[in-house]
Design a binder for this molecule. Structure first.
Ligand code: ACO
Length: 328
């Protein structure tokens, strides 16, 4: 039986950079607070590009690096919480059209910052069951479009960007294991309350800013640290892999303090950890593939390297993955 392997990675960020000092002019905040509490210094902001435009640019790179033609892709799955359109068409369909690929399965999933881990589980299942051969998975976000730029507790955190990977049927360097989970009890701690069936689009809804991200950051933080630590320990124990054997730990990039807490628990070294939150902020579903791409482009990720991924986000959702990189 063929195994599912990540054979390439690609990413894209829009050109415009928003610094902490820029934010000081917009809300009551300062560089020191943002850097100390989150690790973030800059984030990229899309002006004239949509979520699908960002995803398309990342996808082109991933397909090229995979050595495939666009028509070799037989499925596109996109994870996003800031889709081009609320209901339809899906952002995956828009990206498929931009790539000129017709007649294949294309759909979106919604798992917030855990989106890329959910994509890996889906792609692994579809490939190893023989249903698909070359799946393009994309995490793409224009979070600047759902952020309240007057709310200092959220607007300093998020950025725009996209990451994409091709998952193909191969004999080696496979996705070894993926664990995904959720708990809807915490739904209200991290939510965009408006524009859906509960609060459809009305002037009143917009007046209350319900269309934007609302987060009880401190409460989310506590659950995130505890859940992620347990989740990565569980997946390592289940697969009888020690933290020392991990070549690269590539966590969701939400907050440097969360990353460092998991890193310390596992006694991982700086060389084992990929950190990009300082330059991109939190790009939700795009953050892990963007960080994998950073490791790849800087020469830190090589074929056969063992990666440990973890993520936590709205829902709540969380998950982790162990995989060997199958790219060149
Ligand atoms: N600048 C200055 N002060 C601020 C700012 C700001 N931008 N934002 C809040 N403060 C103030 C608060 O008002 C509060 O003041 P008070 O003590 O006088 O009331 C104080 O700073 C502390 O606020 P906290 O919210 O307790 O700060 P905390 O240390 O928890 O940091 C943060 C906030 C960065 C949001 C953190 O809680 C966090 O990272 N949470 C987790 C985020 C996360 O992982 N989310 C999941 C993924 S996202 C997704 O799925 C889309």
């Amino acid at each position: 039986m063929k195994k599912a392997s990540m054979i390439s990675i690609g990413a894209y960020v829009p050109k415009e950079i928003l610094t902490n000092s820029d934010l000081e002019k917009m809300v009551d905040t300062n560089d020191e607070w943002i850097a100390q509490r989150t690790g973030i210094k800059t984030r990229h902001i899309a002006k004239n590009e949509s979520t699908s435009d960002l995803g398309y640019q990342a996808s082109k790179i991933a397909i090229k690096r995979a050595g495939l033609k666009n028509e070799d892709i037989d499925c596109i799955i996109c994870a996003t919480i800031s889709p081009d359109h609320l209901c339809m068409p899906s952002t995956a369909c828009k990206i498929s059209n931009l790539l000129g690929i017709k007649n294949i399965t294309a759909f979106d999933i919604s798992a917030a910052c855990t989106g890329f881990i959910y994509l890996l589980e889906l792609a692994k299942s579809l490939i190893e069951s023989g249903v698909k051969k070359n799946i393009l998975i994309i995490g793409t976000e224009k979070l600047s479009s759902i952020v309240n730029w007057k709310d200092r507790t959220t607007c300093i955190l998020f950025g725009d960007g996209a990451g994409a990977a091709v998952i193909s049927a191969r004999d080696d360097n496979s996705i070894l294991d993926v664990h995904t989970a959720s708990d809807g009890e915490y739904a209200d701690l991290l939510t965009t309350p408006g524009c859906g069936s509960i609060h459809p689009a009305t002037h009143e809804m917009v007046d209350q800013n319900l269309q934007f991200i609302h987060m009880k950051g401190n409460e989310v933080f506590k659950v995130a640290v505890n859940t992620l630590t347990k989740d990565v320990i569980d997946i390592l124990e289940k697969n009888e892999i020690s933290p020392k054997e991990i070549d690269l730990f590539i966590p969701h990039q939400a907050n440097l303090r969360i990353i460092n807490s998991v890193k310390q628990k596992l006694k991982l070294t700086d060389e084992q950890c990929i950190v990009t939150v300082q330059k991109y902020g939190n790009t939700s579903s795009a953050s892990i593939p963007m960080a994998i791409n950073d490791a790849y482009e800087s020469g830190r990720l090589k074929k056969g390297d063992l990666m440990l991924l973890d993520a936590f986000g709205g829902g709540f959702t969380w998950g982790s993955a162990l995989l060997k990189f199958g790219g060149i």
